[in-house]
Design a protein around this ligand. Structure first.
Ligand SMILES: Cc1ncc(COP(=O)(O)O)c(C=O)c1O
Length: 366
């Protein structure tokens, strides 16, 4: 039996007719510039996140850049985040001219460890970016409390956590701004690039709307220098077909994750944690073992796909050298990088496939 890490083709087979109709309608109308699908998706996304505003942009990376920009973060400022993320979080900080300051992760959740934040705060610190890694929300109460005490902005990187919540509140509503990616492999993904900024703040929302569209206030009136970073209408049409299935997909991921947890309970691996009050959406199902690479080779032999996110925490990448980040020691991130492996998990997997994978893992340790 072959078990893929994810199966976007299965989803397309199921939704093909609806998607092609939606794309055809968009193309027939030729309203492709911030058109009706973008506007409707923004309203639907704002409702899902429980915020006043959602603004469609070109990617998750752009969402982070624009959130930082509208909060006034720039040269001379420092932004605290973790190294345990996709490099885009760090790129965004660098692209606005600020300095990334990386702290370690809480080993159970892989999210920013709030206990390490205060030691990293300097007079230059302006913002904190917690990442809801693998679909598990960061400890936002602790992070927001520290941010309030030190007058810092909080930008959620929710690019891996569509539909997750923290003590009943959706991610994207827990900081000054939330940022999402609609890259195809996400829990809600399009067939190209796309992203969203969420906020309750009218002024910030208006600024993002301008920034994404060359700084325009009205046609050919440019009060600020902006970007060409609009969510495109075709992606919005696709995403609107998929959005009503997000809750089902997340629930299915949770059920399959619970089945893995049960089947691997006696195995010498660490299965994912769900912190109290948190609704995890299992973008990835991540286990830990000090025999990770041997296990990977065994899974490969059984035709089971896997991933190793992140084999190299961002601060060890050559791209981070100019900011001195290579010298930072983050022992939890370092250890996690040597131990993590993701098992296949997506809404279209059968229980039989999950059992097959769990048996292969168990057999390896036997
Ligand atoms: C945590 C995180 N932040 C930011 C991004 C960037 O999103 P995009 O690829 O849409 O630019 C990603 C995407 O993989 C991500 O996983």
């Amino acid at each position: 039996m072959q078990v893929p890490l994810m199966d976007l083709k299965a989803e397309y087979r199921e939704l093909r007719d609806e998607i092609l109709t939606a794309v055809d309608q968009a193309l027939t109308s030729m309203q492709l510039f911030l058109g009706p699908n973008v506007q409707a998706l923004e309203a639907e996304w704002a409702e899902l996140c429980g915020v006043k505003h959602a603004i469609g942009v070109g990617s998750g990376t752009d969402a982070l850049i624009m959130a930082l920009k509208v909060l006034g973060v720039g040269p001379g400022d420092e932004v605290i985040t973790t190294s345990w993320t996709f490099i885009a979080t760090i790129e965004a900080i660098v692209h606005v001219g600020a300095k990334p300051v990386l702290v370690d992760i809480a080993p159970a959740t892989f999210c920013l460890d709030p206990q390490l934040i205060e030691a990293a705060i300097t007079p230059q610190t302006r913002a904190i970016i917690p990442i809801h890694v693998f679909g598990h929300p960061a400890d936002m109460d602790s992070i927001n409390q520290i941010a309030q005490q030190h007058n810092l902005y909080v930008i959620e990187d929710a690019c891996q956590a569509h539909g997750a919540s923290y003590h009943g509140k959706p991610v994207g509503s827990l900081g000054h701004c939330g940022t999402f990616s609609f890259y195809m492999s996400k829990n809600l993904g399009g067939y190209g690039e796309g992203g969203m900024v969420t906020t309750d703040d009218d002024h910030l929302a208006e600024q993002v709307r301008r920034l994404r569209n060359h700084g325009q206030t009205a046609k050919y009136q440019h009060k600020i220098v902006g970007y060409n970073s609009r969510l495109d209408e075709i992606q919005a049409a696709v995403l609107r077909v998929k959005l009503p299935r997000l809750g089902w997909g997340n629930q299915r991921r949770r059920e399959l994750a619970a089945l893995y947890d049960e089947l691997l309970a006696d195995c010498p691996v660490t299965t994912p944690t769900e912190a109290s009050g948190v609704h995890h959406v299992y973008h990835l199902y991540t286990i830990r073992t000090d025999r990770r690479d041997e296990l990977a080779a065994h899974l490969e032999q059984q035709a089971i796909s896997f991933a190793r996110h992140y084999q190299a925490p961002c601060h060890t990448e050559a791209a981070c050298r100019p900011w001195g980040l290579n010298e930072v020691d983050l022992p939890q991130a370092r250890q996690a990088a040597a131990e993590v492996i993701q098992l296949p998990l997506h809404p279209y997997l059968s229980e039989e496939q999950i059992r097959y994978v769990a048996t292969a893992v168990t057999e390896f340790f036997d």
